[in-house]
Design a protein. Structure first.
Length: 259
């Protein structure tokens, strides 16, 4: 079995794979400072609670967009799981060619999502990740990471509303009964949800137009991806575990180097 970890700006998502089967998943908050011992104790306890014996782990792999946690996390994995963690970054085998102006600037999470989408659904494919930021990444039929777009995530937009406007409250992000809102909370929900849908559809259409790729499969992932995917025909597939699957695939591609 292997342990895969996606370290995002808000949450850290962990999964355990036995072969191609995802056996368990759990989450931690990223923004809480922790020592390597704290990470180690929490991770081993979560594994135990999910029926996973640490001794059964043969390896681990991490994709992170938060450099500050990596020293403590890598130390915890080495000490408490007995694995040598693989970190997704320059030099690792992915099966994709990064054809952007500065390949090293592409976030590890975006590379991992792109690998999973290309391996599972083929190319050309556009990956839309509804995370802290909403990202759109284009992978060609030949397996080139060709372009990426970054926009504020729906939670960032919501936070901006209630922190910057004195009379607007912190609200639950969900689709309101109607876009024709008649009070503050549903008004904000309508703007956030339908605004995100509109942005998503316009960017997808623009990517198709400028790339010249009309037959483009669109795969969505991320915490609020299901909410948006269910409301638009522009998204073909919603895959909640796309990032974890990408980590497993990359681990397998680098298996000889992991031993």
């Amino acid at each position: 079995m292997i342990l895969v970890i996606d370290v995002g700006n808000t949450n850290m998502t962990l999964g355990v794979y036995k072969g191609e089967e995802l056996r368990a998943t759990f989450r931690l908050t990223t923004q809480t400072p922790r020592t390597s011992d704290e990470y180690g104790i929490i991770i081993t306890q979560l594994l135990q609670n999910n029926g996973v014996d640490v001794k059964e782990l043969e390896g681990s792999i991490v994709a992170s967009v938060v450099p500050d946690v990596m020293h403590a996390l890598n130390g915890a994995l080495a000490r408490y799981t007995g694995t040598r963690p693989v970190n997704v970054g320059p030099g690792i085998k992915t099966g994709l060619r990064i054809a952007t102006e500065n390949p090293r600037a592409i976030g590890a999470d975006r590379i991992v999502d792109a690998v999973a989408a290309y391996e599972k659904y083929g190319g050309p494919v556009l990956v839309v990740d509804f995370g802290t930021a909403t990202t759109y990444d284009l992978i060609t039929e030949a397996g080139e990471f060709a372009a990426g777009i970054t926009a504020p995530g729906i939670r960032i937009s919501a936070e901006a509303l209630w922190t910057k406007a004195a009379k607007l409250p912190n609200i639950e992000i969900r689709k309101p009964g109607s876009i024709l809102a008649q009070e503050t909370i549903s008004s904000m929900q309508a703007g956030l949800v339908y605004g995100q849908i509109g942005q998503t559809e316009y960017i997808i259409e623009k990517v198709k137009e400028e790339s010249g790729i009309r037959k483009l499969k669109v795969v969505a992932t991320g915490g609020l991806g299901r909410l948006i995917a269910d409301e638009t025909k522009y998204i073909d597939v919603y895959d909640s575990f796309l990032t974890l699957e990408g980590l497993r695939i990359i681990y397998e591609k680098n298996r000889k180097n992991n031993r």
